[in-house]
Design a protein around this ligand. Structure first.
Ligand code: PAF
Length: 259
C-alpha cells in the first residue's frame, strides 16, 4: 500500500507522487486533509485553497484506489492530547520561524501512517526539511514504513510547483522564478570555490530587486542533519523562504560539486 499524504489543492507535483506510488505499489491511497495544527496563523489556515472536487477529478485517471479526506473531528476527536515533537532536524529554518509547525506535521503524518497502515509513503522534496523530519520520526519511533522522497517539479520558468502559487497575483507570479535564479547563482558560486556569504548576499539583493519583499532565509545546511554547513563533502542543501506580497514561497536545491 502506497500513501500520498496531501493537503489538497493538487497540482502536477502531487500527481507525480501519485504516479510514483502507482508504479511501485499494489494499492494507492491519497489523503486530503488541511491539517489545522501545522498552520501558524488562523488567516493562513482559512485562506488555504480547498478544491476537493477538482482534486478528485485530477486523481480519477491515475488509478488511485482510495481518496481519504477526513474531517478535523475525525483526525482530532474530543480529548485528543498527544503530540510528536522531533528535535534537531526540525529546529532550524522552518522550525525556528514557524513554532509548532513540525510538531503538527509529525503528529498528523504519524496518524495518517497509523490510519492507513501503508507500507510506503511518498513526499515531495520541495518540503525538504519536512522530509527529513518525517525520516527522523520514522527511524526514531520504529514506524514500519518506507519513506520515499520525490524530486521537485518546476514550471517551465523554474518556479517550484506549489499549492500557494495559485495565490500569486500576475506581477508576483512573473517575479517568482527569481527564487530559482537566486538559488542557481549561489549553488554555482559555492561549487566553483566562491564565498558562500558573498554569493548569498548578492542573491538576496537580486531577489529584492526582482520584487520579493522579504527573504526569511537563504542558507546552506546539511541536507540530512539540517544543521548549518558549508561542507561540500556532505549532502549539502541550499534552502530558501521568501515573501512576495502576501505569499510565502519556499524552495531548495542540492549543492553538488562538479565532478
Ligand atoms: O506537505 C504537506 O502537504 C503536509 O505537510 C502533509 C505532509 C500532508 C501533512 O499535513
Amino acid at each position: 500500500m502506497g500513501l500520498v499524504p496531501t493537503m489538497g489543492a493538487l497540482h502536477a507535483g502531487h500527481l507525480s507522487l501519485v504516479r510514483a506510488a502507482r508504479a511501485a505499489c499494489d494499492r494507492v491511497i491519497v489523503t486530503i486533509f488541511v491539517n489545522p495544527t501545522q498552520f501558524n496563523s488562523a488567516q493562513d489556515l482559512a485562506s488555504y485553497p480547498r478544491t476537493e472536487a477538482a482534486d478528485a477529478a485530477l486523481l480519477a485517471p491515475l488509478g488511485v484506489d482510495v481518496i481519504f479526506a477526513p474531517s478535523p473531528d475525525q483526525v482530532y476527536p474530543t480529548g485528543f492530547a498527544s503530540q510528536i515533537s522531533v528535535s534537531g532536524v526540525a529546529d532550524p529554518l522552518e522550525g525556528a520561524l514557524r513554532p509548532g509547525h513540525f510538531a503538527g506535521v509529525a503528529t498528523v503524518v504519524a496518524k495518517l501512517f497509523g490510519m492507513t497502515q501503508a507500507d510506503r509513503a511518498y513526499f515531495g522534496e520541495k518540503d525538504w526539511q519536512q522530509l527529513q523530519v518525517v525520516r527522523r520520526m520514522v527511524a526514531d519511533l520504529n514506524i514500519k514504513i518506507e519513506v520515499i522522497g520525490c524530486a521537485t517539479l518546476r514550471e517551465a520558468d523554474g518556479l517550484a510547483m506549489s499549492s500557494r502559487n495559485a495565490r500569486l497575483p500576475a506581477a508576483a507570479r512573473a517575479a517568482a522564478p527569481a527564487l530559482f535564479g537566486a538559488m542557481k547563482s549561489v549553488v554555482a558560486a559555492v561549487t566553483t570555490g566562491g564565498q558562500a556569504d558573498t554569493a548569498i548576499k548578492i542573491a538576496i539583493a537580486a531577489l529584492h530587486q526582482a520584487g520579493f519583499d522579504r527573504v526569511e532565509y537563504l542558507a546552506l545546511h546539511d541536507g540530512e542533519t539540517m544543521q548549518p554547513s558549508t561542507d561540500l563533502k556532505r549532502p549539502l542543501r541550499l534552502l530558501v523562504a521568501a515573501w512576495i506580497g502576501e505569499v510565502r514561497l519556499i524552495d531548495n536545491m542540492a549543492v553538488t560539486p562538479a565532478p
